[in-house]
Design a protein around this ligand. Structure first.
Ligand SMILES: N[C@@H](CCC(=O)N[C@@H](CS)C(=O)NCC(=O)O)C(=O)O
Length: 229
């Protein structure tokens, strides 16, 4: 059976689920929900996700939203139980608890960066630029991730996990302000390793590039039209 995947390529949580589908080779159909045309507010989609956001999936009888819930569900259902290096490591309750702690911590970090960038404005057709007073909090997020990654190949130990996808899509939000990644050598090294993933360009880099272009375009429009601020 093919999973119906509802997404937008510029949406970080959509990118996470997309990468999980690709990494686990799960057959799926990609259904674009065009946020810029507000397709997410139309009946056809709100019947699938009443929260009107992407991503969502339909897998047989199950309709599911929330990127974290979807990512974990896909791993629990489709990742071979005897696989040594699991995307969702679950060799014991302490490991699961610690892993989940970082998955949920990443929500706060993602929200901090979105607040700094006013990132949500993108999907309503505006973006007026970062809130400079929140820059120290955004930098603290990058420093936290830098520390998390130092001396490690991946976020959670020495193999690829869901956390790499979540943290990657979080830190990549900072591409819009041309972050100098040389200041964060552990993040830079980790990102350059993740770039080798065969789906990295399609499911992540392309969306980030378009997000950056759109953000800058909206900011420029906003700067030349004070009424939009
Ligand atoms: N907690 C949700 C967040 C989903 C979310 O905010 N999606 C955004 C795109 S990144 C969206 O669909 N926004 C449309 C809107 O708010 O109108 C998840 O992780 O799946």
């Amino acid at each position: 059976m093919v999973i119906e995947f509802y997404y937008h390529p510029l949406s970080p949580p959509s990118q996470v689920v997309w990468m999980v589908l690709k990494e686990l080779n799960i057959p799926h159909k990609e259904n674009l929900v065009d946020l810029l045309s507000e397709d997410n507010n139309k009946e056809a989609y709100t019947a699938i996700n009443k929260y009107k956001v992407v991503p969502a999936i339909i897998d047989g009888d199950l309709t599911l939203s929330e990127s974290r819930a979807i990512a974990m569900y896909l791993c629990v259902k489709y990742e071979p139980k005897d696989k040594a290096e699991r995307l969702y490591p679950c060799s014991g309750v302490a490991e699961i608890a610690n892993f989940n702690r970082l998955v949920f911590r990443d929500i706060d970090n993602y929200q901090t960066l979105l607040k700094y960038l006013n990132g949500d404005e993108i999907f309503v057709g505006t973006a007026s630029g970062p809130k400079e007073n929140l820059l120290p909090k955004a930098i603290a997020v990058l420093e936290e991730v830098e520390k998390l990654l130092s001396g490690k190949q991946y976020v959670f130990g020495n193999h690829l996990t869901l956390l790499d996808f979540f943290v990657l899509t979080t830190v990549s939000c900072m591409e819009v302000i041309d972050t100098d990644w040389k200041k964060y050598p552990a993040i830079a090294k980790w990102k350059s390793d993740l770039m080798k993933l065969p789906y990295f360009e399609e499911c992540h880099a392309k969306g980030v590039k378009e997000f950056v272009e759109l953000y800058k375009e909206y900011c420029a429009k906003s700067a030349s039209n004070p009424e939009r601020k």
